[in-house]
Ligand binder design. Sequence first.
Ligand SMILES: [Zn+2]
Ligand SMILES: [Zn+2]
Length: 340
Amino acid sequence: MGSASFQDRPPLVSVTPQGLYCRAGNFYIDPWRPVERALVTHAHGDHARSGSQRYLGARVGLGLLQRRLGADAVIDTLEYGEKLTVGDTTVSFHPAGHVLGSAQIRIEHQGEVWVVSGDYKRTPDPTCAPFEVVRCHTFITEATFGLPIYRWDDPRLVAQDILRWWDMNREAGRSAVLFCYALGKAQRLLAELGKLTDRPAFVHGAVNGLVTAYREAGVEMLPTQLVSETEKGTSFAGALVLAPPSAGGSTWMRRFGEAETAFASGWMRVRGNRRRRGFDRGFVLSDHADWPDLLRTVADTQAEKVLVTHGQTDSLSHYLRERGVDASPLATPFEGEAED
Ligand SMILES: [Zn+2]
Ligand SMILES: [Zn+2]
């Protein structure tokens, strides 16, 4: 998509105190302060913040956005690929493969195309539409795992490992408490495990409502039971329990008696992280692109310019620049794989 003349124009999207702003369309993308019009890539807390007057998101993620932003939030939606004129721009949402309803936002203005990726991944995920390559002149990419050490295994093999770990604890009469982010990761685990077994799993309250939202969107997962709805004195021996990391070490854990703990996250690629946080096991499973997929995606977009947010912004932009790509970090308060 060659056209060097775009380099002379003011940037289509720039960072302001409120957030990423598109002047030509007079809207913000994932703003961190309340604004008039917010286009949101997905329902994670660092991207979808309440208080704005009007939101626009991908339709399949509406339930999650409403849950995050509150019942009073005014949320318009577009189907993936559907175009809408906003100010002097044309915008559309394209699957990012990150969590249910996650989208890259494509903005076109006088022949120039920018894509804001939000968070994305390329590995298969049964809970959301696969990432779509969108060609553009400027690509704003995340870099949560933008270091060469981060490489993911096939998620189906990770799910088999988790099932073996559950079985091992089951045979020993222990419960298996698997910590994971409540939005996205928990549902992905339940969907992957659902292809391997039909034994029900227990879930923490923070996970449960989001599982319901995924079920309402038609995603198939293991049957689940809310821990707090079990009768007093219920034995959790042999059970698998999914909970957010914040529940670890709390009194909530006492009911499980003898238990092994594990954490499913991209951060578990670094062994020291598991030991430091005191988990018995670590399973490497991320909803973000690994290093090879970040590089592949940047190449696939054919972008002339790349702006890098989230996490390892310096490392990725430096690597790209050394290979002749016009890349630079873009300072935002977006978090990587943080706790949601
Ligand atoms: Zn996210
Ligand atoms: Zn993010």
